[in-house]
Design a protein around this ligand. Sequence first.
Ligand code: P6P
Length: 292
Amino acid sequence: MSESLDASATNADATVAQVIDTIAETTSDVRTAIFTERGHSDSVNPTGDEQLAADLRADEIFEQRLLAIDGVASYASEERADVTTSTGRLHVALDPLDGSSNLEPNSGMGTIFSVYTERPPTSGRNLVASGFVVYGPVTSMLVARDGRVREYLLDDGEKRLVDNDVTLPDEPTVFGFGGGVESWTDEFEPVAEEIREELKLRYGGAMVADINQVLTYGGVFAYPALQSRPEGKLRLQFEGHPMAYIVESAGGRSSNGEGSLLDAEPDEIHERTPLYLGNDELIDRIECAVER
Ligand code: P6P
C-alpha cells in the first residue's frame, strides 16, 4: 500500500535530521583525520584539485556513515567521479573537506553538505536542507532547513544550539573575492574595485570560513567568472547550491551572474559556476555589471 503523504513527509524529516546529526557526530573524526593524515595523496579529484590524505579519509568516513542511514538513497562527493547509490529516498552531496589546501598553514577548513529529493546532477530547487561545518578554533555547524538557518557549536559529540535564527546583517561590512585582480573580467573588475573601497577584506582560501564571515558581518563573497575560466572555479552541486540555500534562507541573495544559483541545474555533478553570495544590494550591483 503506498505511504500516505503525511507519513512520507515525516519519514523525510526524520532522514534529514539523521543526516544532520550524523554529520555533526562525524566532525570529531574529521578533526582527527586532519591531525593524523598530514600527507599528500598521489591522486586528483574529478575537477583536478590535488587530493590530500585527509580529503580521502574524510570522504571515506562520511560515505560509510551517511549511506548507513536507511532513508539515504545516494552519496555524491566532490572527491568522487560517480554517485554511490543505496535504497532510501533522499540524496546527499558533500564537499567532505573544503579548503584542504589550508591544512598546512593551519587555517580554516570545513565540510559542506546538501540534501536533495532527486539524485545529482539536479537543480537547487530540489534541496530540502543544506549546511556547512567550520573546523576553526571551535567546530561550528550552520544548517538551513524550512527557510531558517541555525548555528550549533560541536564538541566531542555534543551539539549546542547557539543561534536559532541566523540572519544576514542589513549593513554590509566584509568582502572576499577569489581569482585575483589580474584574472577578473572587464565586467567584474570595476564593481569589485568599488566594493573593495567600501568594505573590509576577508578572504582566507576556504569558502566555508569566508561565507561564515559574510553571514556574521554582512557583505559579499564571490568567486567570479575569470578571463581564463568563464565558468569560474567553484562547483555548482557541492558548493554553489548548498551555500545559496543557506545565504538565501538567512535573508541574503545568490547569483551565478544571471539569477539565483538555486535555479541552475548542472549537466554533470562536477560542473563549475561563477558564484556571488551576500547582501541583496551588493549582488544586484554585481549582476548589473556582469550579466551576459
Ligand atoms: P583559490 C577551496 O579549494 C575552494 O574550493 C573554496 O573553498 C575556496 O573559496 C576556493 O577554492 C579558493 O580558491 O583559487 O583562492 O585557492
